[in-house]
Design a protein around this ligand. Structure first.
Ligand SMILES: *Cc1c(COP(=O)(O)O)cnc(C)c1O
Length: 475
C-alpha cells in the first residue's frame, strides 16, 4: 500500500471535509447542473496509466462537486433527512479501512456481535418489546422485501421457496395490504417477491391520512370470498408524504384474527419513538412480526443503515438460509451467521458507525436533537398559520410540515394552486438557498418542509420562511 500517500492525502481530505462542513452554506443545496453536464466532462474510457492523486482530487472538486446535491446542508428540507454526524463519519472511516466482509460470524466476530448489541440498544431506545431481535439491512426497501418474503413463506409452509409460486400442489394467490399512502417500496417488494402488483390492496385512509381498519377488514373479507389468501399487512408509522401514523393496535388485532404477517414500516418516524412524549405512536407494536426503521434518515448515522427487527428469527433464517459447503464453519451451531438474515451474502460492518453515534451522543443527546427538530417544525407551522396567504394542508406531524400558498380571498382553483405552488417550489430550489420537495395530499399539490438535518437550527428555518414569503407569488 502507498502509505505515505495515504497519510498525506488522508490528512488533507480530513481538512477538506472539515472546511466543507464549515462552509457548506456557500454551496447551492440542490445541484444546479443539467442532464449530461457531468458526464460530458469525463473521458469515455478508463486511463491506461495510473494518474496523480492531486489531479484526481482536483477533478473531484472541479467536475464532481458541482453535480452533488448537498444533503448535509442545514437548509435541506426536501424528501426526508439523510443526516450524518462526526462520530458516524469517523466510524465509517474505520469500516472502510478494515474492509471487512461480515457475512458469517467467523469472517469478523465483532461485526456480528456488535450488530447484535447495537440493534439491542436501538430496540430499547424506541420501546420495542423484548423478544424482537435486530439485524442491519442496507435500506428499508430491502427490509420490507425480507418481511414480504417471510410472510409469503409462512403462508405457504415454505412451498414457494421450494417449488415456486405455480409449482406447488395448491398454487395460491397471496394478497398484501397497506394504505394508499404507504411507501412505494411495498409495491416494489410485492412485485419482486412474486405476489404481483394485482394482489396489492391499497386501503383507504381517514381525514388524517391514516389507514382505516374497517376498510382493511372489508378488503380481507373480499379476498377470502374470492379465494385469494390474505398474507401480509404493512402499516406505515409515518408515511412519506405526510408522516401519518397508521393505528397499529386495531390493525395488529385484525392481523392476529386472520393469521396475517404484520410488518411495520417506521423508516423515518421510528426515530421519534426515542422520545418518551412520542412513544405513543408505538401503541400496538407488540402485534408486529417485523419492524423497520432507518438510523440513516433521522438518527445521525450516514447512509446506509436500516434496522430490521423481527419477532421470530427462526422464520427469517428458514426463509433465507442456504449453506453451501464453502460457507460452513465449525461454530455454526453457536453463533449467528447474518448472511442468513437478509438478501445479500456480503455485508458491510455498519454496526460500527452506529455504535460510535449512540455512544458519542448518548440517548439524551439524541433526544435533545430530535426534540429541537420537532419544536422547529411546530414553530414553522405556527408561522404558516399566521400568514393568511398560506395554509397547512395537514396538521404538523413530528418533523414534517405540509403546507401551501393559498390566498383564500383569491379563490384559486386546484389547477391554479398547483401551478402557483410549483412555480414557488421551482423558484426556491433554483435560488440554491434551500431545498424543498412536494407531494399530493387528497388531490392538493402540497409543499413538504421536513426538518431533520444534523446542523439545522432556528436560523435556517427562519430564513426558509423568509424566502418563501418573499418569493414572487403571482396568480
Ligand atoms: C424513506 C422511506 C422508505 C424507503 O427507505 P429506503 O431506506 O430508502 O429504502 C420506506 N418507507 C418510508 C415510510 C420511508 O419514509
Amino acid at each position: 500500500m502507498e502509505l505515505d500517500l495515504f497519510r498525506e492525502y488522508g490528512h488533507r481530505f480530513v481538512d477538506w471535509i472539515a472546511d466543507y462542513y464549515q462552509n457548506i452554506e456557500s454551496y447551492p443545496v440542490l445541484s444546479q447542473v443539467g442532464p449530461g453536464d457531468i458526464r460530458r466532462q469525463l473521458p469515455l474510457s478508463p486511463p491506461d496509466e495510473g494518474e496523480d492523486m492531486e489531479r484526481i482530487f482536483d477533478d473531484f472538486k472541479k467536475i464532481i462537486l458541482p453535480g452533488v446535491t448537498h444533503w448535509q446542508h442545514p437548509s435541506f428540507f426536501a424528501y426526508f433527512p439523510a443526516n450524518s454526524s462526526v462520530p458516524s463519519l469517523l466510524g465509517e472511516m474505520l469500516t472502510a479501512a478494515l474492509g471487512a466482509q461480515c457475512m458469517v460470524w467467523q469472517t469478523s466476530p465483532s461485526g456480528t456481535e456488535l450488530e447484535e448489541v447495537v440493534t439491542g440498544w436501538l430496540r430499547q431506545m424506541i420501546g420495542l418489546p423484548e423478544g424482537f431481535v435486530g439485524v442491519i439491512q442496507d435500506t428499508a426497501s430491502t427490509a420490507t422485501l425480507c418481511a414480504l418474503i417471510c410472510a409469503r413463506e409462512r403462508s405457504t409452509d415454505f412451498s414457494v421457496n421450494r417449488y415456486g409460486f405455480t409449482g406447488g400442489e395448491k398454487p395460491k394467490r397471496l394478497a398484501v395490504y397497506s394504505s394508499e399512502h404507504a411507501h412505494s417500496s411495498i409495491e416494489k417488494g410485492a412485485k419482486i417477491a412474486g405476489f404481483g402488483r394485482e394482489q396489492v390492496r391499497l386501503i383507504p385512509v381517514d381525514e388524517k391520512l391514516r389507514l382505516v381498519p374497517e376498510e382493511l377488514e372489508k378488503s380481507i373479507q373480499r379476498d377470502l370470498a374470492s379465494g385469494i389468501t390474505p398474507c401480509c399487512v404493512v402499516a406505515a408509522l409515518g408515511t412519506t408524504s405526510s408522516m401519518a401514523v397508521d393505528p397499529l393496535r386495531p390493525i395488529g388485532e385484525l392481523c392476529k384474527k386472520h393469521g396475517l404477517w404484520f410488518h411495520v414500516d417506521a423508516a423515518m418516524a421510528g426515530s421519534a419513538a426515542v422520545l418518551p412524549e412520542f412513544r405513543f405512536i408505538m401503541d400496538g407494536v407488540e402485534y408486529a412480526d417485523s419492524f423497520v426503521f432507518n438510523p440513516h434518515k433521522w438518527l445521525f448515522t450516514n447512509f446506509d443503515c436500516s434496522a430490521y427487527f423481527c419477532r421470530d428469527a427462526g422464520q427469517l433464517v428458514n426463509t433465507f438460509s442456504i449453506t453451501p459447503e464453502y460457507l460452513k464453519t465449525d461454530v455454526d451451531m453457536r453463533v449467528k451467521n447474518l448472511r442468513d438474515w437478509g438478501i445479500p451474502l456480503g455485508r458491510r460492518f455498519r454496526a460500527l458507525k452506529l455504535w460510535f453515534v449512540l455512544r458519542f451522543f448518548g440517548v439524551k443527546g439524541i433526544q435533545d436533537k430530535l426534540r429541537e427538530h420537532i419544536r422547529l417544525a411546530e414553530e414553522f407551522a405556527g408561522w404558516v398559520q399566521q400568514d393568511e396567504r398560506f395554509e397547512l394542508v395537514t396538521p404538523v406531524s413530528m418533523n414534517l410540515v405540509c403546507f401551501r400558498y393559498n390566498p383564500g380571498k383569491k379563490k384559486l382553483s386546484e389547477g391554479e394552486l398547483e401551478r402557483v405552488n410549483k412555480a414557488l417550489l421551482d423558484e426556491l430550489n433554483a435560488g440554491g438557498g434551500m431545498y424543498l420537495t412536494h407531494t399530493k395530499l387528497g388531490g392538493k399539490y402540497t409543499l413538504r418542509m421536513c426538518i431533520g438535518q444534523t446542523s439545522t437550527g432556528r436560523k435556517q428555518v427562519e430564513e426558509a420562511w423568509k424566502r418563501i414569503r418573499s418569493a414572487k407569488l403571482e396568480a
